[in-house]
Write a protein that binds this ligand. Sequence first.
Ligand code: T4K
Length: 389
Amino acid sequence: MESSFKEPIFITRPLLPTLENVTSKMSEVWESKWLTNNGIQHQRLENELKTYLNVKHLSLFTNGTLALLLGLKALDLKGDVITTPFTFPATVQALDWNNLTPVFCDINPKTLTIDATKIESLITDKTSAILGVHVFGNPCDVEKIQSIADKYQLKVIYDGAHTFGTKINNKPISSFGDMTMFSFHATKLFNTVEGGALAFKDKELAEKLNLLKNFGLSGPEEVVMSGLNAKMNEVQAAVGLEVLKIVDAERQKRHIIKKTYEQNLAHLPGIRVLTTLENENSSYQYFVIEIDEKKYGKSRDWIHEELKKYNVFTRKYFYPLCSDFHWYQHLDSVQPGNLIEAQKSVKQVLSMPYYGELDTESVVKICRILDELQVFNLDVIQKNDKVLF
Ligand code: T4K
């Protein structure tokens, strides 16, 4: 019987540069006496990220949610936006704050992203955009989505909170759609403590986004639009500059952890890895499995609870579905018949502990626990079988 871990194993731990390096960066910030409002660290990070992510136009924000919220605002959208119910609440809340109505589309059970083949039937004269989410770093069907958007003259926005550094066929993920949001929250591969960015195609949006994230101020005495305060500050940007230096090493570590999980889970019936992409196609953001209760013998929820007894804290991202939020219950698109795959996946998907500092011995042990839990369960099934037959 596997023993429990001495220290809790969380789903993730932030990627932290050495305190020495951060302190040295903080000295620069302190000496500059410039703490926010487009300071030197902000400018440096913006430039370094443009190079790292290979994007022309990029704007930094205080977090990913405000980036998305103001990105939607900048595009001046109206009416309905077709999106996925299988995402973090931030995606749809960014719509709510823009007075846009989500129209929920079912998902592709292989990638957990919006099912592009079902988008067209949801388009009406109220539809102004498609908001896809590259869930857990699995890219949406970007080509199909673009062809639909071109046909109906819709904007395409991607929530790429999980896709830092991902490429599709060697092209940066942000080259698809009109706009892509990245999250730099502490739990993300690349973090600025809290933070986010928008990569966008239309260079005219740069000025508008700068205004929107700074109260609409075009000068000390001129307010040209209703904005917000959504600026990334110098402390965040300085931390980001240090984190950026160690992201590639973190990706390599996560690659090894992913391989270790895959090798040690392969023999387990009823467990499928959902985050299969590797190398430049992957953000190495999450390691996510799907549990087929019939084949494994126990449900996702049971495993999630059982692992806690071993001090392992997995997460049921993204449960509940956004379409189940009480304030959407009047919408036609929340009907379960419209979201069959999403309703199924949301009960089966489990995000496993995944971060560079997690040693491979611990990963092997987590897999052995999953093995042990199943053996235990098969015993029960066999005993029950004897009783029944
Ligand atoms: N779109 C999508 C698809 C997203 O997934 C997200 C955010 C957004 C938009 C919005 O982007 P931001 O506005 O956040 O930039 C976490 C994150 O807060 C959130 O950023 C993320 N997605 C979401 C998937 O995960 P929680 O509530 O699950 O986080 P929490 O506090 O439970 O942390 C998870 C685990 O990480 C903890 O159990 C331990 C570890 N942890 C966490 C923090 C904050 C640490 O070890 N250290 C830490 O400082 O939402």
